[in-house]
Ligand binder design. Structure first.
Ligand code: A3P
Length: 292
């Protein structure tokens, strides 16, 4: 297991990022990337369904048959649908085969500007932030480059201050929300994916103009369920064990449910969260399913 010290978080243009993994000059280059109409970005705040969308996009690309797309040396889905803000990813993006599918945790003002000129497509996935907080808390225990929280209470405060990788959840969604009706943007929620994956996959396929038969769409849905992703070595990131993740402490595919925050938040924390949410989101009418 890695014994290197945990890198610090630094803020660049409103994006809280990991020093030594994210570089300000690389992040700045992303804005000016030239896009093609076939480029697709998935934007999320961490823990909102990023790797779920990686799996769905890959499966749509290969019409439900992932074996045809995963090469022998493919470690994870992240090799095929990478984060654009990772090291040297800008150069890779320029050279990558088309269509290019990427994910990002960047706020809207740092993504390729051509997206706002309707070149390329973007899917934003939002998740109810109480569950995001809980998922992120557990993820901090397993991801080797993030500091293990001393306690849930300490992490709760950090999240509320925006002192986590990617920054404030509230600021992040606000930068994206006003673009949700752009013609080249699809706004989804994690909760609608949980409630009816079939419908959401169809919606994504239509948005991307992906031409799949019903059987192929069914295969995409089948291989994107929580249970099947847990068994898929590319989707579950098991090959990063000891490098990026300590799998004994946790994993990407932890629980996959709505409402786990109720097992973690105190009544006082929930009330405080509701108050901040009400205040911060008063001009942003996004509604979430908080539990089922
Ligand atoms: P939990 O920690 O609540 O289980 P990200 O990919 O953005 O890091 O998000 C990870 C979260 O998405 C985890 O939430 C993970 O379990 C959940 N997730 C990933 N794939 C999923 C799936 N197929 N079904 C339900 N949840 C999924």
């Amino acid at each position: 297991m890695s014994t290197t010290p945990i890198p610090e978080l630094i803020t660049h243009k409103g994006f809280r990022m990991i020093k030594g993994i994210h570089f300000p000059h690389e992040v700045d280059q992303i804005r000016d990337l030239e896009l093609r109409d076939s480029d697709v970005f998935v934007a999320t705040f961490p823990k909102s369904g990023t790797i779920w969308m990686q799996q769905i996009l890959l499966l749509l690309k290969c019409k439900g048959n992932k074996d045809s797309i995963c090469k022998k040396d493919t470690l994870n889905n992240g090799d095929l649908v990478p984060w654009i803000e990772g090291p040297e990813k800008v150069q890779d993006f320029v050279k990558a085969e088309h269509p290019r599918y990427y994910v990002t945790h960047l706020p809207y003002h740092l993504i390729p500007q051509e997206l706002s000129r309707r070149r390329g497509k973007v899917i934003y996935v939002a998740r109810n932030p109480k569950d995001v907080l809980v998922s992120y808390y557990h993820f901090h225990k397993s991801l080797l480059v993030l500091e293990t929280p001393k306690s849930f209470d300490e992490f709760f405060d950090k999240f509320m201050r925006g002192d986590v990788m990617a920054g404030s959840w509230f600021e992040h969604i606000k930068t994206w929300f006003s673009h949700k009706d752009d013609i080249n943007m699809l706004f989804l929620t994690y909760e609608e994916m949980i409630q009816d994956l079939q419908i959401v996959v169809k919606k994504i396929a239509e948005f991307l103009g992906a031409d799949l038969t019903q059987d192929q769409l069914n295969s995409v849905v089948k291989h994107s369920t929580f249970r099947n992703m847990r068994q898929d070595p590319h989707a579950n990131y098991e090959k990063t064990d000891g490098v990026l993740i300590n799998q004994q402490a946790g994993c990407f595919l932890r629980k996959g449910t709505i409402g786990d925050w109720k097992n973690h938040f105190t009544v006082a924390q929930s009330e405080r969260f509701n108050e901040v949410f009400k205040q911060e989101m008063k001009d942003f009418p996004v509604s979430f399913i908080w539990d089922i």
